[in-house]
Structure formats: structure tokens, C-alpha cells
Design a protein around this ligand. Structure first.
Ligand code: ADP
Length: 393
């Protein structure tokens, strides 16, 4: 009986121990499983974080704006490559203060203002170096969960090109206003003198009216040239390129300007050999030749000659030229004559009805055909204007 009871107790104890051990093992397994899952979650989260950071880094690195992040102590935590280019930075700036890193007191003031105001927008910073740069700076300070200051972010946008274009536009508008105002005020002056009595003397009245007509013509040439320039610059003109016989084109312009050349006893000579073909827009090319020959007649030597020639060059191009034997253009002005409104002799140009736009139209048209223009001149020995155009076989 006792033995039986002992056996039963031992079996029961064994079962209890077995159950306990099994549970323990299960618990251990579950714990290990949970730890494993936790580790997996952590690893996944880390991976996501790394991926997120990589993504951010790629975005920051490819930004056209310069980016600078300061930590809560005002030390550089991050900067992107564009910032380095804008400020010509060499080496690592991490850990430096804003002033140490970029050496601009105005920027330090911007960062400090953003601490007080939360953000500073559209601050313009001018950097004077090898070339002046204008940057737009936007700064914002950010806070952590407890609303404590956590850092400042500064974004730099390069406005240099926009500012340059703005200056070109302002200069152009000022030039155009001046060019329009001059003939208009002359016309007004002559009209007032006529009204005040000059009209009663037929000889004076005729002279004044002729002068008025000359200035009115100048105004309309100017407006025409301005329209051409604006069409060329906005790319509105579609070139209708086709094979043109260069010699025939030259003959055409000589016919058009023959009378004007005769007034100054200038001979126009076509020296282009027959059969030379260019691939160009007929109307636009006529305008190129007209402007060059018209200038040669206006500024060339009275009783002199203007020669138009051309030759086939390597690389499927044709080089043409218009040469006069006039006073020429000084070397320092030879590049500038192609600029809008540039004149070597202002009074002479005005007297000849010039708009100051002829050569810049020539340059535009030739360039839109893929060609180039240049001037060769020696004062006292005349000018030769060269242009290149695509050849046609
Ligand atoms: P403009 O309407 O004044 O002639 P252009 O753009 O055609 O304007 O020419 C610019 C300037 O270049 C002229 O004002 C003139 O001073 C100079 N120029 C152009 N062609 C000649 C030339 N063949 N000989 C001397 N000077 C010239």
C-alpha cells in the first residue's frame, strides 16, 4: 500500500515536473521568439532610418540651393555641396560656428533674427569675390518636442543670373527710352518753331519739314529694328532654310543699295564666284547683307568702294565678307560694335539715321543659322565684316 502510494506520488511529481519543465521551455522559446522579433523590428527600423537618411542626403546633395543646418549651439551640423560652391568653401565646416564657417557678419545677424522671429525670408546677401554673387537667404529656427530651440536651417538661392538679366533689361529699357525721346523732342522743337512763325517762310518751312521727316523715319527704323530684335530674341522667328546662290543674294542687295551708294559715289562690287551655295533663310540673309552694306555705305569713304566676297571653308561652311575702305573701327571697339546701341561715333550714326541695332541684328541672324560674325579692322584702312553660314552642296 505504502509502496503504491509512493509510486503514485513519484509519478504525480514527475508529471508536475514534466509540465513545469515543458512550460518553462515554452516560455523560454516564446521569450527567445519575442527577442528575435524585437531584434528584427529594430533592424528593420534602423534600415528604414538609414534609407531615409540616405534619401535625405541624396535630396540635399542634388539641391540647386545651398543648405546649412546649425545645431542648438549654433554650430554647423550639415551643409550640402552647393553651399560649398556658392561660398567657395574648402574642407569640412562641421562643428564650426556660422561666422567661422562663412565669415559673414550679416549672416550671423540673420540667424540670430530667426531665433527671435522664427524665420527670416528674402534676405539679399552680396558676395564680392572674383565675380560678384547675389544670394537670397531664407532662415528658420526649429524646436524639439519640448519646444526648446533645436537648431537653425538656412537656405541660399543664387540670384546672380536673374540680377544680371534684370540689369540688362533695365539698361535696354533706358536705352530705348533715350533713343525714342531724342528724335521725338527734335520733332516737337521743329513743329513749335514752325507754329511760332517759321511756317510763313516757305524755304525755312520746307527745310524744317524735311528735318522732321528724317527724324520720323529714324523713329520708324528704330521701332522696326526693335521688333526684329525682340522676335529674334524670343525665338519667334522660324527659319526657312534653303539652298541660296550667294552671288545672286549679293547682286540683290547691290541693286537695293545702288542708289544710296551712288549718293556718296561709292562703288559696290560683287566678287563672289558663281555656284557657291549656302543653306539659309532668304529674307533673313538679305537683312544681314543689307545691314552690312548699308553700314559700309554710311560710314565708308566718300568715293570709295565696298567689296563683297566669299569662300568655301572646311567643315561644310561658307565664309562671306563685306569690306570697305573707310575710316575703320578702333581695336577696342571691335567686339562691342555687335552690342545693342553701341556706336563708335554717336553723332555720325544719328546723322546717318542709324539705330545702333543693325550689327546686333546681323549677329543674331547669323548665330541662329549656327554661324559666327567677326570684324577685322585697322583704323584708316577700312573694315571687313566676316560671317559664316552652313554650306550647301
Ligand atoms: P548704327 O545704326 O549706328 O549704324 P550698327 O549696329 O549698324 O548701328 O553699327 C554700330 C556702330 O558700328 C555704328 O554706329 C558705327 O559707329 C560702327 N560701324 C558699323 N559699320 C561700320 C563701318 N563699315 N565702318 C565704320 N564704322 C562702322
Amino acid at each position: 500500500m505504502l509502496t503504491l502510494l509512493t509510486i503514485a506520488l513519484a509519478v504525480a511529481l514527475g508529471v508536475v515536473v514534466w509540465i513545469w519543465l515543458t512550460r518553462e521551455r515554452q516560455l523560454e522559446n516564446r521569450l527567445r521568439q519575442s527577442q528575435l522579433e524585437l531584434a528584427e523590428v529594430k533592424a528593420a527600423r534602423n534600415l528604414a532610418l538609414v534609407e531615409e537618411q540616405d534619401k535625405q542626403q541624396t535630396v540635399f546633395n542634388s539641391m540647386v540651393e545651398g543648405l546649412l543646418i546649425l545645431d542648438e549651439n549654433g554650430q554647423v551640423q550639415f551643409s550640402n555641396p552647393t553651399l560649398g560652391t556658392l561660398f567657395d568653401l574648402h574642407g569640412d565646416i562641421r562643428g564650426k560656428t556660422l561666422l567661422e564657417a562663412l565669415r559673414h557678419h550679416e549672416l550671423k545677424a540673420v540667424a540670430e533674427r530667426s531665433l527671435v522671429e522664427g524665420r527670416v525670408t528674402d534676405f539679399e546677401l552680396t558676395l564680392s569675390g572674383r565675380e560678384t554673387r547675389v544670394l537670397e537667404v531664407n532662415a528658420a529656427s526649429f524646436r524639439d518636442r519640448d519646444r526648446a530651440h533645436a537648431g537653425t536651417i538656412l537656405v541660399f538661392h543664387d540670384l546672380t543670373r536673374i540680377k544680371q538679366l534684370e540689369n540688362v533689361r533695365k539698361e535696354f529699357v533706358a536705352n530705348v527710352s533715350h533713343e525714342l525721346r531724342t528724335p521725338l523732342s527734335l520733332i516737337k522743337g521743329y513743329v513749335e518753331t514752325l507754329i511760332d512763325g517759321a511756317k510763313d517762310d516757305p524755304a525755312i518751312a520746307l527745310r524744317f519739314l524735311q528735318t522732321i521727316e528724317k527724324h520720323a523715319d529714324r523713329l520708324s527704323f528704330l521701332i522696326e529694328d526693335l521688333l526684329t530684335i525682340s522676335q529674334l530674341e524670343s525665338g519667334q522667328i522660324v527659319l526657312n532654310q534653303q539652298p541660296l546662290e550667294l552671288g545672286e543674294q549679293v547682286d540683290q542687295v547691290i541693286r537695293d543699295l545702288h542708289a544710296r551708294a551712288a549718293e556718296r559715289s561709292i562703288t559696290l562690287v560683287n566678287e563672289v564666284s558663281t555656284g557657291l551655295l549656302v543653306n539659309a533663310d532668304g529674307d533673313r540673309f538679305q537683312q544681314v547683307l543689307f545691314n552690312l552694306v548699308d553700314n559700309a555705305v554710311k560710314y565708308g569713304r566718300q568715293g570709295g568702294s565696298v567689296r563683297l566676297g566669299a569662300r568655301r571653308m572646311d567643315g561644310d561652311r561658307v565664309e562671306g565678307w563685306v569690306a570697305d575702305d573707310g575710316p575703320g573701327i578702333p581695336a577696342e571697339a571691335s567686339e562691342r560694335v555687335f552690342e545693342r546701341f553701341f556706336r563708335v561715333d554717336r553723332a555720325r550714326s544719328r546723322d546717318a539715321g542709324g539705330t545702333g541695332l543693325g550689327l546686333s541684328i546681323v549677329k543674331h541672324i547669323v548665330q541662329s543659322h549656327g554661324g559666327e560674325v567677326r570684324l577685322q579692322s585697322e583704323p584708316g584702312k577700312g573694315c571687313t565684316f566676316f560671317y559664316t553660314l552652313p554650306a550647301r552642296n
